[in-house]
Design a protein around this ligand. Structure first.
Ligand code: F6R
Length: 616
């Protein structure tokens, strides 16, 4: 959802900025730009298209300088075009701003600025910011007429005054002619400072700076920072504040493709490791340790869990509900964050543990939902993959999954890592005989191998099936029980990266309407691993076949019966029904990947999408 970066130090800034932008291109890739200060003199280059495209038309030798900012965009206000690409400048071209977020009152501000004679070149909300900063500086009539120290202070004050006019959300970085540093500020959009040796980095996301440093400061809500090569000053509400740096455990290799053609394929192949690392992080000598005191009594009168999430995380959460209710008999209510935010809160908030499930920890809808639950008195817990992300700072407590950096826009390994947390949560809340508990835990610990078997043994077949599956334009994914959310996830993954229209459905529901859509051109992917409703689902398959639709089944090794009724089978290793979502998910992620690859799609950059949706 737009990536912004900044550099100030002793090295040439442009290659660092371009490399950092490339590393967070998953945040947006419809246009981009850079602004470099060469001996204090500004140089701007921007265009529609990707970072690679920008680089092609950019002679790096002409953009020398040790201070620079950059932006990769996911359009909100104004179409993706050169003029709307960031950085945006004030009228004189001396103040440059990159911005992630949405300025809600920009239209009013723009009208005011126009009446004062400001000239606008873009349709964006962002462009009002450099104009406001310039105006504020002008009011002080100090631009270039003061010592550099005073100018720094005046510039910081001017940024502060400009920000005070804005409603909405922003993470911004400001560079200005004659200023040997950068100014950064955040409100409801993520921003970090990478701390180097005689150099500092600013970015929306950690992977942007990992090549350079592992030491990171997370800016807090309302922070404004003046970042120079040897100093970082941070204030909040006008007063200086201290923000501790954290060492990020990720390596640069974690954030690179490592020989895979796409991040998505690499990350699917990392699913066994994501499961393993998530387990390792929470299984101690004496049992499961999620680091949270849930204290749930269970039953209608006791506390219950409310979970809010979006997209893939929402589907993982729907699966989590069934896992927790099955293992722990604790009621779990799951809400789409974007719906929850504008619905009536009819529960007793004080009797609820509200969990926000979010890989990035930055999804705007989910953060809003978390805040709402907090307002209603709930204890709040974030389940996230990103250390120090906004969700962790809003929630009372945090559970980390151990998926490692997820770069592919389509979430994959974070999904299985979320499932692992739900198993652990369900088991830790369960009141079951010790032997039963140990049995579940042992099987859970085998899940990395189970996922690996799918990767090793089913991948070839899935590639083969993807070849014919890719010819269709519509598909259904069906499942029941704990595998219904997996069918929803399979459909989402397919549609977002291959552009095949896919619908996830409860297997028993197709006959209540969607049957009308079944033809020989509408394949149905059915999750048919063994559970208490296997026979019922098989019955649904027969009904579907009778309507002429091709059927691909995901079925267990050794289940020969299924061959009689379907057109193709993807084999996964057998597990207890409750753990079957793990192998089934890996298979469906591979199916989506290979189908999209067969169709020649831009897998890591699906059209119109971006990772980390930081706008409502
Ligand atoms: C789809 C996908 C999205 C995200 C959603 C929530 O593959 O990745 O649907 O799951 O935007 O993101 P997080 O989990 O970061 O809150």
């Amino acid at each position: 959802m737009c990536g912004i970066v900044g550099y100030v130090g002793e090295r040439e800034a442009l290659p660092i900025i371009l490399d950092s932008l490339k590393r967070i291109e998953y945040r947006g890739y419809d246009s981009c730009g850079v602004f470099v200060l060469e001996d204090g003199e500004p140089k701007l280059h921007k265009d529609a298209g990707t970072i690679d495209h920008l680089k092609k038309n950019l002679s790096e030798s002409e953009y020398k300088g040790k201070v620079a900012i950059g932006h990769t965009r996911w359009a909100t206000h104004g179409a993706p075009s050169k003029k709307n690409a960031h950085p945006h400048l004030d009228g004189k071209g001396e103040i440059a701003v990159v911005h992630n977020g949405i300025i809600e009152n920009y239209q009013l501000i723009k009208e005011e600025l126009l009446s004062l004679g400001c000239k606008f070149v873009s349709e964006t909300d962002t462009e009002v910011i450099p104009h406001l900063i310039n105006l504020s500086l002008k009011k002080k009539a100090l631009l270039k007429k003061v010592s550099s120290e005073k100018f720094d202070w005046q510039l910081k004050e001017a940024v502060r005054e400009a920000l005070a006019c804005l409603n909405g959300s922003y993470a911004i970085i400001v560079a200005a002619k004659g200023f040997d540093g950068l100014i950064a500020a955040r409100k409801e959009s993520p921003l970090i400072i990478g701390v180097g040796d005689r150099e500092n980095f600013i970015a929306s996301d950690v992977p942007a700076v990992l090549e350079q440093t592992n030491r990171v400061i997370y800016l807090e809500e309302g922070d404004l920072a003046v970042v120079k090569k040897e100093s970082i000053y941070i204030e909040n509400g006008g007063a200086e504040v201290r923000r501790e740096g954290r060492l990020i455990p990720w390596t640069i290799e974690d954030a690179e493709k490592g020989g895979y053609e796409h991040f998505m394929l690499k990350e699917i192949h990392e699913e066994p490791r994501a499961i393993m690392d998530t387990l390792r992080g929470h299984i101690a000598e004496d049992g499961i340790n999620l680091g949270i005191d849930f204290k749930i009594e269970g039953g209608a009168k006791g506390r219950s869990i409310l979970m809010v999430a979006c997209g893939t995380s929402y589907y993982a959460t729907l699966c989590g509900k069934q896992i927790i209710e099955n293992l722990a008999k604790v009621p779990v209510q799951v809400e789409l964050a974007s719906e929850f935010n504008y619905s009536d809160f009819v529960l007793d908030g004080t009797n609820i543990i509200a969990m926000a499930i979010t890989q990035s920890g930055e999804t705007a809808d989910t953060l809003m939902a978390l805040k709402k639950a907090k307002r209603y008195g709930s204890k709040t817990v974030a389940l996230t993959n990103v250390v120090g992300s906004s969700a962790t700072r809003i929630a009372d407590e945090t559970i980390y999954m151990g998926a490692g950096p997820e770069i592919g826009v389509a979430a994959t390994k974070s999904f299985v890592a979320q499932l692992v947390i739900f198993y652990l949560l369900g088991l830790s809340l369960a009141k079951m005989p010790e032997s039963e508990f140990v049995g579940y835990l042992e099987e859970l610990k085998r899940m990395p191998q189970i996922a690996q078997i799918v990767l090793d043994e089913a991948n070839g077949d899935i590639q083969k099936h993807a070849r014919y599956f890719s010819k269709y334009e519509h598909a259904f994914f069906i499942g029941r029980g704990v595998n219904l959310p997996i069918a929803l996830e399979g459909a989402l993954k397919l549609k977002e990266i291959s552009y095949i229209h896919a619908e996830g459905y409860a297997a028993g529901e197709l006959k209540h309407g969607p049957f009308a859509l079944l033809t020989e051109d509408t394949p149905v992917v059915v999750i048919l691993t063994h559970d208490n409703v296997y026979e019922k689902t098989l019955g649904n398959v027969k009904e579907i076949k009778a309507r002429g639709a091709p059927v691909i089944a995901i079925a267990e090794e050794g289940d020969e019966e299924v061959e009689k009724y379907v057109d193709a089978v993807i084999r996964v290793p057998g597990t207890s029904a409750i753990f079957s979502p793990i192998p089934n998910t890996v298979a469906l992620h591979l199916l989506a990947y290979w189908t999209a690859k067969e169709r020649g799609c831009e897998i890591d950059k699906p059209r119109n999408l971006a990772k980390s949706v930081t706008v409502e």
